[in-house]
Design a binder for this molecule. Structure first.
Ligand code: APR
Length: 342
């Protein structure tokens, strides 16, 4: 995955270079600037003193001293003044100039904080979109592994309504899954445990039957169709869906945030078995309806499990035909789940 969103302290990242959200003096400050200077030690400040400052949108490189990386690239983001003062363009140039500087110094891995989204007040969600758009655009021309290091929960905002919707969706699916498992596991403890938990979870449910939801009937396939589809491998289905959607290979794997090399492997081996995360990323990129998404996962040897919150959240978004990776990641982050592309 060329762009990965991770939750970490950027001073711990063992990349070739990390980016500092500095101020024009380059003489340190609070936030990530303060953390990087503190972790790097006094040598960093001494070198920064020789640079003569840095203009907003520009980037300058120094050594990393006591940090576990080779370089620090200092860039100065725009202060947010409402969005009508060229803020987005300046923020984009921070990313572009930092990436170019990293490339010029042979870096293969690079970590960014969410520039300007702290003291400088850039709304976090917009700051994240600018970051991903700028980095993704650069990576269409260059190979590099780039991390966006999200430090605190407020970097991902999720609306109360969406949070409540997903919570009840999880409860429904989760309870169903546990229910079928527990209920079929009758026995002294099984039955009383289920009854006990059920009464706590759903005091209003007069009897167990209320909690069972009849599975939705799926369209019956003809035997010939079923056999044809079972013969089709994951790779064949993926390529078929790319064609059906009128996408190019590159459009699909970039939208899925899968690197070109991995896609070539999948394309070149009809029996290739991707990871579950990769299969889900392609199903989202192709905007498959739930049935087809499950089918694609099954061809890779996986299923969306109702005992996994991650899977239930993915199922929630596909069921609601919301394929926006940001919103999916905001939800995954809010529920402490690993992120897509991470
Ligand atoms: N690792 C990763 N991210 C971090 C860390 C850390 N250790 N510390 C803070 N952040 C995150 C913040 O949560 C925020 O999302 O970095 C993002 C950028 O916040 P700031 O560090 O406040 O940077 P910025 O908004 O660009 O403001 C720059 O702040 O620290 C001063 O000297 C700096 O004047 C400059 C201004």
């Amino acid at each position: 995955m060329p762009v990965q969103i991770v939750r970490n302290d950027i001073t711990k990242m063992k990349c070739d270079a990390i980016v500092n959200a500095a101020n024009p003096t380059l003489l340190g400050g609070g936030g990530v600037d303060g953390a990087i200077h503190e972790a790097a030690g006094s040598g960093l400040l001494e070198e920064c003193r020789t640079l003569g400052g840095c203009k907003t949108g520009e980037a300058k490189l120094t050594g990393a001293y006591d940090l576990p990386c080779k370089y620090v690239i200092h860039t100065v983001g725009p202060v947010w003044r409402g969005g009508q003062n060229n803020e987005e363009a300046l923020l984009k140039s921070c990313y572009r100039n930092s990436l170019t500087t990293a490339l010029e110094h042979g870096c293969e891995t690079l970590a960014f904080p969410l520039i300007s989204s702290g003291v400088y007040g850039y709304p976090k969600e917009q700051a994240l979109r600018v970051a991903v758009d700028s980095i993704t655009e650069f990576l269409t021309e260059h190979d590099m592994l780039v991390y966006i290091v999200v430090f605190d929960r407020s970097s991902f905002r999720i609306s109360e309504k969406l949070f409540a919707d997903i919570s009840s969706f999880i409860d429904d699916k989760y309870v169903d899954a546990n229910f079928k498992f527990r209920f079929s596991g009758r026995g002294e403890s099984g039955e009383s445990a289920v009854l006990g938990e059920t009464q706590i979870l759903y005091p209003a449910a007069a009897n167990l039957a209320q909690l069972r939801r009849p599975a939705k009937p799926t369209k019956a396939l003809s035997l010939e169709e079923a056999l044809k589809q079972t013969d089709e491998s994951f790779s064949e289905m993926l390529l078929r869906k790319i064609d059906e959607k009128g996408m190019t290979d590159a459009q699909c794997y970039k939208k899925a945030n899968i690197d070109r090399k991995l896609f070539s492997k999948i394309r070149g081996d009809r029996l290739y078995r991707p990871s579950k995360q990769t299969a889900i990323a392609f199903a989202i990129a192709l905007e498959l309806p739930l049935g087809e998404a499950k089918d694609m996962l099954m061809k890779a040897g996986f299923a969306l499990s109702h005992s996994s919150r991650f899977d239930i959240i993915i199922e929630y978004f596909i069921t609601n035909e919301n394929y926006n990776v940001f919103e999916i990641n905001e939800a995954l982050f809010a529920f402490d789940q690993p992120l897509l592309g991470a």
